[in-house]
Design a protein around this ligand. Structure first.
Ligand code: ATP
Ligand code: MG
Length: 549
């Protein structure tokens, strides 16, 4: 691995370790189980798990499950699968809901300290009372209830005596505080909702700010890493920990990952799924981890990407082409090669016997010419791609033209002797002849400018190709104009279904990762495949002019 400068989180950790502030580090990845993980989460996972790995620490998987109405075990399971797929193992699997009893006790403790009260105001009144950045808030008329009354009401809230919205528990801090977070933040709200783990035990649920830091503290998380928008919450995070006198976890913020042509809000991704605008959370166009996996992106490529983009303290829009470049880097090294023709023209080799078939031994990966092989059948009738033939070809066209020569990859050189067209002038067949001296068994080598791929008509397998492109047409999806909706920028050509003719060995591929269709792109077998209709998803094109800095 190339040497690189420490990022700011590594600097902090190395300093904390050197000064003996911590003996070893513990991080956590805290997803809310209200959707599937996406590429942004991959960055957070690589960071949290990567830092712990680098410094011999541990990482907990902690579900932030305080919102019972939006959460589901389907999401819990998918999150675990995705983290494992990325190549990481958590130390403990934990849930914020594991700590509901402890959090409740702490809430009572704050009440007893005179630092929390039950407020009867409704949502709108509370919001109005908060004031603005320039205007101090106004105290709730219920702010000065006695400790006894607050305890009694809070217990009644817990016992289900009050309806949703009738009461909330708030911290009693400072209604004029310059940080709005401190203007008596909500600690608990009433919700008669079934929880995926605690069932119907609770009808009050703690708010994020009253949950996250304390959960970190209980688990003795040393470095609690989250995205930048939480920096205004940090003082409150510290306030709860200090006021309760518990283990001092610390929060650090980094810039979230934004990618061109990509949306990464679970809420919007859920809308795409629910409206049927994609086939599901794992639609290969989705930025979800299950989506990109189905698309053929590898965990290695994602980790390479996260490593390359690093961590910063300033929000930035990353180029999706860097991710695609990483995918190509990885697949170029590891993927097996096969020939597939997408838009065929028939080629008949007039001087090759009609019933003959030769099976050529071809390397599965040209980087390893002596490595594993596949058998490619050669016959008199072949298909080549229409794009590899041109009638009135310019000088620089090095593929097949009337009277011209080209090498059929792995085999002989052919010459085009005759062009056959239908009534509309469309080329339907090329009559060619091959040069026997260029047959691999002849032992002679003669070079020719162009080499093209091909398949045997007799042995080719028909496959379905799902050629995917970007889901959105707008590069910066945070710039959707006011009068438009993000759905207005869906790319109508993000999926084009086509047919292909593949060399037979493709269907026996056992690599488990995407393969390269030689000269065209990377493709991966899809779960929709059946024996009679194999389906392949386009992972990415073979080449791109993009070069990372
Ligand atoms: P979304 O806005 O997509 O719903 P979220 O932040 O609500 O995302 P969580 O499940 O709460 O999703 O996130 C789990 C962790 O992943 C958090 O620490 C969060 O900061 C981090 N995370 C989420 N999105 C990104 C992103 N785009 N880049 C980096 N980290 C992210
Ligand atoms: Mg969240």
């Amino acid at each position: 691995m190339e040497e690189r400068k420490l990022n700011f989180l590594e600097e902090i950790i190395e300093k904390d370790l050197a000064e003996g502030k911590v003996d070893s580090i513990i991080t956590r990845f805290p997803p809310e189980p209200n959707g599937y993980l996406h590429l942004g989460h991959a960055k957070s996972i690589c960071l949290n798990f990567g830092l712990a790995q680098k410094y011999g620490g541990k990482t907990n998987l902690r579900y932030d499950d305080t919102n019972p109405t939006k959460e589901d075990t389907e999401y819990v399971d998918s999150i675990k699968e995705d983290i494992k797929w990325l190549g990481f193992n958590w130390d403990k699997e934990l849930y914020a809901s594991d700590y509901f009893d402890q959090l409740y006790e702490w809430a009572e403790q704050l009440i007893k300290m005179g630092l929390a009260y039950v407020d009867d105001q409704n949502q709108d009144e509370i919001r109005a009372g908060r004031g603005t950045v320039d205007k101090p808030g106004t105290p709730s008329p219920w702010r000065d209830r006695s400790v006894e009354e607050n305890l009694k009401l809070f217990r009644e809230m817990k016992e289900g005596k009050w309806a949703e919205g009738e009461k909330v528990l708030r911290a009693k801090i400072d209604m004029a505080h310059p940080n709005m977070m401190f203007r008596d933040p909500l600690l608990y709200r009433i919700k008669f909702a079934h929880h995926h783990r605690t069932g119907d035990k609770w009808c009050i649920y703690p708010m994020y700010d009253f949950t996250h830091g304390q959960c970190d503290s209980i688990e003795r998380i040393t470095h609690s890493i989250c995205t930048l928008e939480f920096d205004v919450h940090r003082p409150l995070y510290d306030w709860f920990i200090q006021t309760l006198g518990i283990y001092p976890s610390h929060q650090y913020e980094f810039a979230r990952l934004n990618l061109t042509y990509t949306l990464m809000s679970k809420r919007k991704l859920l809308e795409l799924v629910q409206k049927g605008l994609v086939s599901g959370w794992d639609d290969p166009r989705m930025p979800t981890l299950c989506g990109v996996r189905r698309r053929g992106y590898t965990a290695q490529a994602l980790r390479m990407f996260c490593d390359r983009i690093g961590v910063s303290k300033r929000d930035q829009l990353m180029d999706i082409q860097l991710l695609e470049w990483c995918v190509r880097q990885d697949l170029n090294e590891r993927s097996n090669r096969y020939m597939v023709v997408q838009d065929p023209i028939k080629v008949t080799i007039s001087n090759y016997p009609e019933d003959k078939v030769e099976w050529f031994d071809c390397p599965l990966n040209p980087a390893f010419p002596d490595g594993a092989k596949r058998q490619v059948p050669f016959t008199r009738e072949l298909y080549i791609d229409r794009a590899d033939f041109m009638e009135d070809a310019p000088k620089k066209f090095f593929r097949l033209r009337p009277g011209g020569e080209v090498r059929l990859k792995y085999t002989v050189i052919i010459r085009c002797d005759e062009v056959i067209k239908d009534d509309n002038g469309k080329v339907t067949e090329l009559i060619c002849s091959y040069d026997p001296s260029t047959h691999p068994s002849a032992g002679e080598w003669r070079s020719v400018k162009g080499t093209i791929h091909w398949v045997s008509c007799k042995y080719a397998k028909e496959i379905e190709l799902r050629n995917y492109d970007r889901l959105f047409t707008l590069a910066d999806m945070s710039q959707v104009p006011e009068d438009k909706d993000y759905k207005d920028f869906l790319n109508p050509e993000s999926l084009v279904v086509a047919k292909g003719w593949a060399e037979p060995a493709l269907l026996e591929d056992a690599s488990g990762i995407a393969v390269q269709f030689e000269r065209t792109g990377y493709y991966v077998a899809d779960k929709d495949s059946t024996a009679s209709n194999p389906v392949f998803n386009k992972t990415t094109a073979l080449k791109d002019s993009y070069k990372p800095e």
